[in-house]
Design a binder for this molecule. Structure first.
Ligand code: ZN
Ligand code: ZN
Ligand code: FE
Length: 734
């Protein structure tokens, strides 16, 4: 036949379980093309043939009209001679190829499914496990690839006739929806939603089996209920996330920007860190130690139904005892959550792996992940170079792991701090899980340089060749990799603590990066952390150390003289006073010098308060402080001297904080100019500070330097695994 063409397209990304095959089927039929579409273990494969011009139209419309939840990460296109297909068909999945398909993240309930469960005329009215090809669980139910029902935790629920009809009808929204379910054939809730709502209304604590694990719920307006939850969960001060009944309710509780609303209502439906409004109805102890409140919207039918029944905001925090991983099983709920909760609401849809709620902050007009889990994991990060099979085990706190193969890095969901036995077990399970799911046998394991990290210890005992990557170099590489930076750049990596190549604690580092080499060109002038770990919990200690370093005999007001004497003695004798160049600790110390947060109630607390007090607006008061220098040790002395002087002269804390923040973009621009950088990469936990990051980006761009920040990966230690993975085979690893 003249003018006939066959086109083969191979798509990788979030292309399974989003209704892509039925969409391709309808599109091909519409254009009168023949061929087939199939899920394979590396994504989606399509072949169409017909008149060249219509094949070309197919290619255009494939992109323009594809299902909204799909994400195409890479594609390969080839033109072939016609094969003489008779019709267009959906072929069964091919389980033979190498399984590097992007398993899709879990997606929040779509508007159609929500309308159905609220409509008394529908057979899924009130059914909490309703889903379709556009929404519902994915990563939390997948046991193996390819993504087909027998490979999910729904395997044990044979379809009823009606569900089977929907599942096999190409015109139906549930065509090949793998988790398809209805009240007749699907999973069931053990306790009624009305019963759960009644318990919550009475001030009780409910453990609810959600999408990626159990959640602990209580009335977020009730100080007594929240206090009881904190006490039973052993979670003293850290802010608790809140599920709001609706977007309108969230708007009343918080000042939301359009971007924050967009994040809340996105298919990922994360927890958004937002600023509470003056008449926020939430109990003060929900977030009393924090300037932000983490809010989210209902993201599963179960949540929607429960929120409609209660109508008030609910604390919705991970179902665990603080420090341990989130509980996913009935046995776990009995053992761990029954003592905490007044009522356990279980169901019989198994959870394949623990996946917490994600946390995002919104600034610079986009989202920035603080905790990457439900809704985002395990979408791979595409990278510019081919990597051999590599495992990266991340840091110790906010741990994630990553698996690299070819040009993709699969980063696990947030696993947590590796401080408890249970969390270390979860870490090992996550490694096994990802390796099995993607059929990857790592040839090398990358880890942090810190010998005491739980992840490093595992790597050293794994029997695999080890590549240790310095903490801040991994931070830099993570940000550069997710943004595909290829030219030489200045890396600014500021965080709390990381093990330096000289054995001291780093955290205020600048690296010049070119040709795969990282040279440390500047760093914060080192100071002492009296008491080591204790100095992290008690910022007043660091403030004292700075005063001592400056020969200030006076010391801060309000500190017990006996404690101060002990501290000074420790400093003079260098007893348990590790040296650090950490910017995170300078933030803590500055807050303490200004009389804010001499004691920190959770990690990052003092820095958060310090950011918050400076205010949101650009309002840059005159008299910005200065950190001196543009290479080598950067001297904080002028900054600290002026801060102490202003504070004792009674300058209000918001002004002190604003002046402090304003010193930092100037410093970064100065160092960037000194090394002739045209690109600056900003990474490390300090860059979760919206004020710092926004001002720095503006200053860099004003100086004609491109600023690169994290988006899909956290700036904090949750981003380390990606950086370790991309450096595992380079000279930057030891
Ligand atoms: Zn749906
Ligand atoms: Zn059914
Ligand atoms: Fe770090």
């Amino acid at each position: 036949m003249r003018g006939e063409q066959r086109l083969r397209i191979s798509l990788h990304g979030a292309v399974q379980g989003v209704g892509f095959r039925p969409f391709v089927f309808r599109l091909a039929k519409d254009l009168g093309l023949r061929g087939w579409v199939s899920n394979d273990s590396s994504g989606l494969l399509v072949e169409v043939e017909g008149p060249a011009e219509r094949v070309e139209r197919f290619r255009e419309r494939l992109d323009a009209e594809r299902p909204p939840a799909s994400v195409i990460l890479t594609r390969e296109v080839s033109w072939l001679p016609p094969a003489g297909y008779a019709d267009f068909e959906i072929r069964p999945s091919d389980g033979s190829a190498s399984p590097s398909a992007a398993v899709l993240p879990d997606l929040a309930t779509c508007t159609e499914c929500l309308a159905e469960i609220l409509d008394p005329r529908q057979r899924r009215h009130g059914y909490p496990f309703t889903n379709c090809t556009r929404c519902g669980p994915r990563y939390t139910i997948v046991r193996d690839v390819p993504y087909d029902r027998p490979n999910t935790t729904l395997a044990g629920f044979p379809l009823c006739d009606e569900c089977r009809r929907e599942y096999t009808d190409p015109a139906d929204r549930r065509f090949h929806a793998q988790p398809i379910a209805c009240p007749r054939c699907g999973p069931r809730l053990e306790v009624s939603i009305a019963g759960a709502a009644a318990a919550l209304r009475a001030g009780g604590i409910v453990a609810l089996k959600g999408v990626g694990g159990f959640q602990l719920l209580c009335d977020a307006r009730s100080e007594a209920a929240v206090a009881r939850l904190r006490e039973r969960k052993h979670r003293e001060a850290k802010p608790l996330a809140v599920m709001m009944p609706s977007l309108e309710a969230a708007r009343r509780a918080c000042r939301l920007s359009p971007e924050e609303e967009e994040a809340l209502t996105s298919p990922a439906a994360p927890i958004v860190l937002a600023e509470p409004s003056p008449d926020c109805p939430l109990a003060a102890n929900v977030n009393d130690a924090s300037p932000f409140v983490g809010v989210m919207l209902p993201y599963s039918p179960l949540h929607h139904l429960l929120m409609r029944e209660t109508g008030f905001p609910l604390v919705a925090t991970s179902g665990n005892v603080s420090g341990d991983p989130i509980v996913t099983t009935t046995e776990g709920a009995r053992a761990v959550l029954a003592p905490i909760a007044d009522l356990v609401v279980d169901h019989d849809r198994p959870i394949a792996r623990p996946v917490d709620d994600s946390v995002v902050r919104v600034f610079r007009g986009g989202i920035s992940l603080v905790r990457r889990a439900r809704g985002y994991a395990p979408l791979p990060i595409p990278i510019g170079e081919d990597l051999p099979p590599t495992l990266a085990v991340g840091g110790h706190l906010k741990n994630t792991i990553a698996l690299a193969i070819g040009r993709q890095v699969f980063v696990s969901q947030h696993i947590g701090d590796l401080d408890t036995l249970a969390s270390r077990e979860a870490f090992v399970r996550a490694i096994d899980d990802l390796c099995r799911l993607y059929r990857i046998r790592p040839e090398r394991v990358a880890c942090d340089l810190h010998p005491d990290y739980g992840s490093t210890q595992w790597a050293r005992n794994s029997g695999l060749p080890v590549a240790a990557v310095q903490h801040h170099i991994a931070h830099a590489a993570s940000c550069a990799a997710e943004n595909d930076v290829r030219e030489p750049y200045l890396a600014v990596t500021w965080d709390g603590t990381g093990y330096g190549t000289d054995g001291t604690v780093w955290g205020g580092e600048f690296f010049w990066v070119g040709n795969g080499r990282f040279s440390r060109v500047a760093w914060l002038r080192p100071f002492r952390l009296p008491g080591g770990e204790a100095a992290i919990r008690e910022p007043w200690r660091v403030a004292e150390a700075l005063r001592w370093e400056l020969g200030d005999e006076e010391g801060a007001p309000g500190i017990d003289p006996a404690r101060r004497r002990t501290l000074r003695h420790m400093l003079a004798r260098r007893l348990n006073c590790p040296s650090t160049s950490s910017m995170g600790r300078l933030f803590d110390a500055a807050a303490a010098l200004a009389g804010i947060a001499p004691f920190s109630r959770f990690e990052g607390h003092a820095a958060m308060l310090w950011e918050r007090i400076a205010g949101r607006g650009p309002g840059d008061p005159p008299g910005a402080y200065e950190i001196a220098g543009d290479q080598g040790p950067l001297d904080w002395e002028p900054l600290v001297r002026r801060l102490i002087r202003d504070a004792s002269a009674g300058t209000p804390a918001p002004v002190l904080s604003a002046r402090f923040h304003s010193a930092l973009p100037d410093l970064i621009v100065r160092v960037a100019r000194a090394c002739g950088a045209r690109v600056a990469v900003l990474s490390g936990g300090c860059f979760q500070n919206a004020r710092l990051t926004t001002q720095t980006v503006a200053a860099l761009e004003g100086a004609g330097i491109r600023a690169v920040t994290h988006q899909r990966m956290p700036a904090n230690d949750g981003g380390l695994a990606l950086g370790q993975a991309v450096l595992a085979w380079t000279e930057a690893a030891e």
